[in-house]
Design a protein around this ligand. Sequence first.
Ligand code: DQA
Length: 144
Amino acid sequence: MKILVISGPNLNLLGIRNTDIYGHQSYADLQNYIQKHAESLQLQTAFYQSNMEGDIVNAIQNARGVYDGIILNAAAYTHTSIAILDALEAVKIPCVEVHLSNIHAREEFRRQSYPARACIAQIAGCGFRSYRYALMELAEMLYA
Ligand code: DQA
C-alpha cells in the first residue's frame, strides 16, 4: 500500500522554527522517521512539501489512483483552507490529519481544522509519533 505524506507551509523549516514547540529535528529527520516506521508496517511512502495552498490541492488531486492513503499536516492551512478540504472530499482517499503540536491546547484560531471534516482521524500533540500513529491507523484500515 502506498501512502503520500503531505506537509504544508513552514514544515520544511522544522528544527529551525519555534523549536520550543516543534523540536530540534529537521524535516529530513521526520522523513527518515516516517520511512522507518512505514517499512515495518509494509507501507510505502512518498513525501510532498509545499508552502503554497494550490500546490497542496494539486498534490491531493494527483494522488487519485496512485496512493491508497494520505497523511496530511496542512500546517497553517489547516485553519483556513476550504480548498484543501474540498480536494480531500473529491478524491475520497482515506486521510489522517496530523499535527506535531496539540492544536487544541494553543491559540484559539488553531482549534479549527477544515480538513478534519474529510479525514478518518486527527492525531495531534505527539510530535513525530503523530505520524507513526497515523501510519498505524492507515495500515489497520487498509489491510483489514
Ligand atoms: C502544525 C500546527 C499548525 O497550527 C501550525 O500552523 C503549523 C504546524 C503542527 O504540526 O503542530 O505550522 O500543523
